[in-house]
Design a protein around this ligand. Structure first.
Ligand SMILES: NC(=O)c1ccc[n+]([C@@H]2O[C@H](COP(=O)([O-])OP(=O)(O)OC[C@H]3O[C@@H](n4cnc5c(N)ncnc54)[C@H](O)[C@@H]3O)[C@@H](O)[C@H]2O)c1
Length: 327
């Protein structure tokens, strides 16, 4: 069986989805919608699919099985609820929405419509991350004590679309966008949920009104502690996760591989299949649709990332540690 897929948003991430679909006979991209006509038409032409300037018109006309939502964060709720009501299964890009109220509205619509919702937490599908998770679960290196996740990337470059730097539209800055990946990575690797957060953010970006750096101290349900350090200011780019076990250290670079240090020297683990994470993500969604199960990145799970992010911003505002809301 082949599923018809429509893409909403022809921006930066759209090609990752379209390229992955090209590799999969089970998926057929049929159309793309974007309010930016030049961008939308360009993507449509490149992938040989129809272009629409209005996503509702596209969904009503094309009646896709699956809608991929790759939109600015403030549009996630409105678009996900509407597409679920039309009976589409959803692959909604991360972060799920601006706040947990919006997540709940999406979850309610998805439940009422009986469709599947996957949120694009791609960390679950990077081969190196899968290897690191298997190492933790094997117990081979002892007990995992802590995770130290570092991300430095120039966040205020001219190439970044304006909405990312507008708090109303993005929900926050580097933490909302890339911190969502770090929080997800820590929760998913450890099979836990973040329970408490102490955060300090800085707002010194050259554009917009969002935070440009942050340092988080996180506690989890399994007792593993996490430190997340992100800087969006100019400097040396870095995207690295250290796993501190009681018998070894592991360095994880999601897009590159895993290194183990048992006696003072890092040795790279032989890499497994190098499958495109976006393809693995689609496979998980298809399995959930066909077997009526949940994906590894369900709406309920993605809501927990938003709850932790809410605690991040509350902690920064109040200056004190915050519990992550579960209600
Ligand atoms: N999973 C990942 O690793 C990853 C990586 C990058 C981005 N993302 C996420 O993907 C989403 C999109 O990010 P992006 O970098 O592609 O942003 P982008 O700004 O490049 O693309 C968004 C597109 O949506 C279009 N758009 C805006 N309003 C619209 C509307 N009403 N109808 C149709 N189109 C509309 C814009 O014109 C733009 O082309 C965000 O949620 C982002 O956090 C995820």
């Amino acid at each position: 069986m082949s599923y018809r897929v429509a893409l909403i948003g022809a921006g930066i991430i759209s090609r990752n989805h379209l390229n992955a679909m090209k590799q999969m006979t089970a998926l057929q991209a049929v159309a793309v919608a974007d309010i930016d006509e030049i961008r939308g038409r360009k993507v449509g032409k490149e992938y040989g699919i129809a272009y629409y300037d209005n996503y509702r018109e596209m969904i009503l006309k094309e009646r896709p099985d699956i809608a991929i939502l790759a939109l600015p964060h403030f549009l996630h709720e409105e678009c996900a609820v509407w597409c679920a009501n039309q009976g589409c299964h959803l692959l909604l890009e991360k972060p799920m929405a601006l706040n947990i109220q919006q997540c709940d509205a999406i979850l309610e619509a998805v439940k009422a419509a009986g469709v599947k919702l996957m949120v694009g937490h791609t960390q679950h599908y990077w081969p190196a991350n899968i290897q690191a998770k298997a190492l933790i679960e094997s117990g081979e290196l002892g007990r995992l004590i802590a995770i130290h996740d570092t991300r430095h990337v120039y966040y205020f470059s001219d190439h970044r679309p304006d909405w990312f730097l507008d708090r109303e539209k993005a929900g926050g800055g580097i933490m909302m966008n890339l911190g969502a990946h770090s929080i997800d990575k820590i929760q998913w690797l450890t099979g836990s949920r973040i329970t408490k957060v102490k955060a300090a953010l800085s707002y010194e970006g050259t554009r917009g009104n969002v935070e440009g750096s942050g340092c988080l101290f996180l506690e989890t349900t399994t007792g593993v502690t996490g430190i997340v350090v992100q800087s969006g200011y100019k400097g040396v780019p870095k995207d690295e996760t250290e796993l501190i076990f009681d018998r070894a250290m592991v360095k994880l670079i999601s897009a590159k591989g895993v290194w183990i240090n048992r006696e003072g020297q890092y040795v790279m683990l032989e890499s497994q299949d190098n499958i495109d994470p976006f393809e693995l993500q689609f496979r998980d969604l298809l399995q959930a649709i066909e077997q009526n199960t949940e994906t590894d990145s369900s709406g309920e799970y993605a809501r927990s990332v938003i709850a932790a992010l809410e605690a991040v911003y509350r902690s920064n505002e109040t200056g004190v540690e915050q519990r992550v809301g579960t209600e």
